[in-house]
Design a protein around this ligand. Sequence first.
Ligand code: HEM
Length: 403
Amino acid sequence: MHRDHIELSDPDRFLGGVPHEWFRELRREDPVYFHPDAELGGYWCITKHEDLRQVSRMPGVFSNCESGVSMRDPEDENALARSRAIMLNMDPPKHVKYRRLVQRGFTPRRIGEQEEYLRGLARNIVDAVAPRGECEFVEELACELPLQVICEMMGVPQAERHQIFHLTNVMIGADDPDFATTRAEGEKASAEIFGFAHRLAQRYKEKPEDNLTSRLLHADVDGEALSDLDYCSFFLLLLVAGNETTRTVTVNGFRALMEHPEQLRMLVDDPSLIPSAIEEILRYEPAVIHFRRTAVADAEVRGKRIRKGDKVILWYPSANRDEEVFEDPDRFDITRRNNPQLSFGIGEHYCLGANLARLELQVIFEEIVRRLREPEMLTEPRRLRSNFINGVKEMRVGFTPER
Ligand code: HEM
């Protein structure tokens, strides 16, 4: 059955927030719905928690490599080949070999060792705005911690981090008129990030340091070093994946807390709730709205026949509000106990940075909740025009100035 009122391909439909009423309808009436699309080609919508888990765990059937993870197909063979050099767009067994190259830098132990360092950074970031009593929360506060941390881990000089911030926005904001309106501009941004990768390669090839870039430069996959394209693509993935997402969750989380003052009050009174608040923020407003898979064999999901070659879209915000899994799913409840949210994905491509992201969110919310008192929105936040990232471009907030 066609549901003409549901238009999930249109980024304008996400300007007012994730259209949860459509996802509610789909979960109830047609949870594996075939969404027609004359321009991009129709696609299956995975909207239930269980189905998102199933599809994500079958990389041999639902492939990342076949056509990438974007709703829009790569424009030609060249673009497809370039996308396949990025780990996110690989399938096993190749994917596993690449992931192993950097995995050690992201284990709970390795990340845990950085806790005090991250806490210091968070303190300095909030120091810079707290006495003023107002700030533009996205650029002055939320973007800083993930950006500083990933630049440090990659060996990118901190003085260049705002350039990285800008380039990431252009790459992610392809559908947003403020950032990039054409594919060419997005490609130019990725070429500039490759330029960064080349400059750092010169530096760390000769003198390796304890950072991820040095590790990539000296990596070995089946006895061979990474090609230039593989190295630059890896560099780009780590830089982009590690900064846009955590920033978005910080912004959406603070916004949700301001919109639910009784929850914010609970958190101020009892900061030991921060870890469960973070899980709830991740569930309620996930940073990633969708990723795509492509069927490389015939398959069945919830009784629907999916054919080889079909496009399948995983809708994370919908799985996170599945009534069969979450009690009262539209309620924002920072004390929620049973919370198997899927905002970091699951299975083969489960977010490499999940431990790091959780720690970043922990230390920044400790500072924000304690120090930005009586916060209020000064203007309506400006959302990113995107059905891919649940982002906010600008959010002006006021609070009691810190003495
Ligand atoms: C709250 C912040 C974050 C969210 C919500 C998030 C979300 C995700 C999601 C949904 C995926 C794909 C899962 C899939 O396809 O099944 C993913 C993959 C990935 N994330 Fe994150 N991420 C976050 C932070 C980070 C950070 C800080 C890094 C650090 C570098 C990072 C690095 C990656 C990488 C490299 C992948 C690809 C993994 C692979 O292909 O094996 N992410 N992330």
